[in-house]
Design a protein around this ligand. Structure first.
Ligand SMILES: Nc1ncnc2c1ncn2[C@@H]1O[C@H](COP(=O)(O)OP(=O)(O)OP(=O)(O)O)[C@@H](O)[C@H]1O
Ligand SMILES: [Mg+2]
Length: 396
């Protein structure tokens, strides 16, 4: 059918034509904002899930809801190369200027600007970040050089400025697994301060399942301040809706077994649903999308997924990393003990431990529990098996 009207969105972060499921995560978020604005406290949210399950899309939805609720959302994506302090200084400045334009700054906003100026000079002493605030830096505020303390001062100051304008500020961070432990601790500490003061400032984030910074001592403390919902495959009825509704919006229907087939193949993973929907639409002659169309589209879907979703993730892997992942794939999609993977490779665990560590560091594997590792990408075992023969792995 007409490709120019294809309503599916198999692209990273692309808001789907029909946003399926996630009702709990959306409701909880709305309630969080409403409660904070009323001066109540509530746990904020850090959403985790595998690649392609819809974390970025959900954060986008959070951004929209925040706007809807009269909040100021400021969002950012974290990367390995992010300089956290300067980034926070920029985001906080953006937040303050949206809470209140400079011409209408009240007492609290001016005080927040002074704190921000001080924070900017602390994280960038050359003054490169402190332009545009036009106030003297506040002495004794956000100037200790201890990130946790200083960021808490910033959140607090912005909180008072926001409250003065009867609004709130929410920082939305994507890919927070890239935050270093002290950075995540600083964010958690800053939220702790705003909770103590009952101020309408918080942060919500999304990232891969294993958030290294949350390990250990920071954890029990963090768990009182945050919920950690895990999102994944859509349940069957919602997966069906994700397939059916975009086509319906273009006046096109599906044969019911055709939808069954897509849901079964994709296991309800959002990215795969979008990819399959797109391929089926393009192959179909219309007016409906039939089971035959969907069966025919299968090879296209595999090829497209390999190209757009899987292959990019192996391209920067060394031959030994590839072999490690191929050995894991041989064992199936679930979490595997390091020793079992080493067995397939005919090696001792300790010999391959550095490879495993690198794959975790690159975000290709995560450790759902001690001693185990799992792919962060759904159906990656299937891909690795297509991509590479087990013969390429040295025999055990
Ligand atoms: N609730 C949803 N309903 C329907 N489609 C969705 C939903 N959420 C996400 N998608 C689709 O799934 C795909 C992946 O979404 P997104 O990029 O948000 O995933 P992600 O978890 O952020 O992935 P990554 O870990 O790779 O960043 C996109 O094509 C998007 O359109
Ligand atoms: Mg994402």
């Amino acid at each position: 059918m007409d490709r120019s009207r294809n309503p599916y969105t198999p692209n990273a972060g692309a808001p789907p034509k029909f946003f399926a499921g996630r009702a709990t995560e959306v409701d909880d978020f709305r309630v969080l904002l409403q409660r904070l604005l009323r001066g109540y406290t509530e746990q904020s949210m850090v959403v985790t899930g595998l690649r392609g399950v819809g974390k970025t899309v959900l954060l986008g939805e959070y951004r929209r809801i925040a706007g809807d609720e009269g909040w100021v959302p400021v969002d950012a994506e974290v990367s390995k190369h992010t300089h956290f302090g300067p980034q926070m200084a920029n985001l906080a400045r953006r937040a303050l200027l949206q809470v209140s334009p400079k011409a209408r700054w009240g007492e609290r906003a001016r005080a927040a600007a002074a704190t921000l100026r001080s924070f900017s000079l602390t994280v960038a002493p050359d003054g490169s970040l402190s332009g545009g605030l036009d106030v003297e830096a506040a002495v004794g505020s956000a100037d200790t050089g201890i990130l946790t303390e200083d960021l808490a001062d910033v959140f607090e100051a912005i909180g008072y400025a926001a409250r003065e304008r009867e609004t709130g500020v929410i920082f939305l961070f994507d890919e927070i697994q890239f935050l270093k432990k002290p950075e995540l601790e600083a964010l958690i500490g800053a939220v702790h301060r705003t909770v103590q003061r009952r101020l309408p400032v918080t942060f919500a984030g999304a990232g891969l399942p294993q958030l290294p910074g949350l390990a250990g001592e920071a954890k029990s403390y963090a768990e009182r301040l945050f919920k950690f919902p895990v999102i994944g495959e859509l349940p069957e009825s919602e997966a069906r809706a994700a397939v059916i509704e975009p086509a319906r919006s273009e006046g096109v229907g599906f044969e019911s077994p055709a939808v069954d087939k897509i849901v079964q193949y994709t296991e309800g993973y959002p990215y795969f649903l979008q990819e399959y929907g797109r391929a089926a639409w393009n192959i179909a002659e219309g007016p409906h999308i039939t089971l035959r169309d969907v069966e025919e589209a299968g090879d296209v879907v595999d090829a497209e997924l390999d190209e757009s979703f899987f292959r990019s993730r192996v391209q920067r892997s060394s031959p030994e990393e590839l072999r490690y992942m191929r050995a894991m794939a041989h064992l199936g999609p679930q979490a595997h003990r390091a020793g079992d993977v080493a067995d397939v490779l005919g090696k001792q665990s300790e010999q391959v431990a550095p490879i495993r560590a690198r794959l975790i560091n690159k975000g290709l594997l995560y450790t759902p529990r001690f001693g185990y590792a799992k792919f962060t990408v759904p159906q990656f075992d299937r891909f690795m098996s297509r991509y590479m023969d087990l013969d390429a792995v040295p025999p055990a």
